[in-house]
Design a protein around this ligand. Structure first.
Ligand code: NCD
Ligand code: ZN
Length: 361
């Protein structure tokens, strides 16, 4: 049995407000606890999107009622809210600002480089700024970080060209950090046909849709070869129902909160990572990058020798599936403590909705 500090996931989609048939603050934070995650930072591409005081309150009110682990909520960069200097108190209440520079699920994509620049200039320098920026738009974002001399965190990098660009930017002293998702470390695009359903039936290819898309073996190998460039492991937990994934217009996104730690512990057991590699990327680095408080009474107990198969039927997420169904893993979360209370034990959530705290309150 090993004891780890509570993990931080700086990138989750909890769908609340607006799409609670996929997930809500209750089921999403239950999934977090079951995965050993005691603090989540929620993304703003909800319905409505979170981009001002009114919509931030909407999300935080729901979270206050329902969240079972600690949390903060991101604001989204939109076309009409670049004037952050006029809203001094608002940025401080958020996890940070999220800018969508490429097309993905939701309505927050910003096409105009003028808007990118305005958000870069006006969002307070000392508060987190996260960019969904793939490939060439990532190069643009790194240039803006250099020009405006402010930190930027790049979400879910997946390509060899991206990790090499970030490595080069870091070597030049540009204040850029990045995260990688477990699905981009453990899956390639060749795995898409074998992403199966709960009945082990080969799935509709819609299940393989995710942004950024699953990449090539060469890309995945480049991520593993440049582990030192990766600051965080974030799940980008993006639940959609199976019916939606198997429809003619499948939305992109994978759930990930309940599979991240078992997958990473399996890699540790195979000698591909050390436990300290995991803890720096899921505790100390995200805490520093996002300026988060310590959680002194948060612990995760893991049976590092437990070998088992991943089963969506045992999960807490409302979406009801995982791209890792039936994968054999080694390392099981047996017990989670939060604020000194037993929050999860042997598959069961033991704390009530509302137990979680807003870490930006
Ligand atoms: C995310 C979602 O569904 O909200 N989808 C995804 O494929 N990752 C949005 C995002 O993070 O791009
Ligand atoms: Zn995301």
């Amino acid at each position: 049995m090993i004891k780890l500090p509570g993990l931080i996931d700086p990138h989750v989609h909890l769908r609340d407000p607006g799409a609670t048939h996929k997930e809500d603050w209750d089921t999403g934070t239950s999934a977090a606890l079951a995965g050993g995650v005691t603090m989540v930072l929620a993304m703003p591409n909800t319905k409505p999107p979170i981009f001002n005081a009114e919509t931030l309150d909407l999300a935080l009110d729901a979270a206050k009622q329902k969240a079972r682990c600690d949390y903060a909520q991101f604001l989204g960069a939109g076309p009409d809210n670049t004037d952050w200097g006029r809203h001094k108190a608002l940025p401080l209440r958020a996890a940070g600002l999220k800018m969508y520079l490429d097309q993905t699920f939701g309505e927050l994509c910003l096409d105009s480089m003028t808007l990118w620049k305005q958000h870069f200039q006006h969002w307070p320098k000392e508060l987190p700024l996260v960019a969904h920026s793939e490939s060439r738009s990532m190069a643009a974002v790194i240039l803006m970080a250099a020009i405006y001399d402010r930190p930027v965190h790049i979400a879910h990098i997946s390509l060899k060209e991206e990790i090499l660009l970030i490595k080069a930017a870091k070597e030049r002293g540009i204040k850029v950090t990045c995260e990688v998702c477990p699905h981009h470390l453990f899956l390639t695009k060749d795995d898409i046909p074998s992403i199966v359903g709960a009945g082990l039936v080969p799935a509709h290819v819609g299940r393989g849709e995710v942004r950024p898309r699953l990449a090539t073996k060469e890309d995945v190998e480049a991520l593993w070869a440049n582990l030192d460039v990766i600051d965080c492991f974030a799940t980008d937990h993006a639940p959609h129902t199976l019916a939606e994934k198997d429809s003619d217009n499948p939305p992109p996104g994978f759930p990930g909160l309940e599979t991240a730690l078992p997958l990473l512990l399996t890699a540790v057991s195979e000698g591909r990572l050390t436990i300290n590699d995991v803890l720096s990327r899921m505790v100390t680095n995200p805490r520093r990058i996002f300026n988060l408080p310590e959680q002194p009474e948060a612990w995760v107990e893991v049976d590092e020798n437990a070998t088992y198969e991943i089963r969506s039927a045992e999960m807490h997420s409302r979406c009801g599936w995982t791209p890792f169904e039936s994968w054999k893993v080694k390392g099981r979360v047996t017990r989670v403590l939060l604020h000194g209370c037993e929050a999860f034990k042997d598959g069961k959530i033991l704390v009530e909705p509302g137990f979680g705290r807003n870490v930006r309150a």
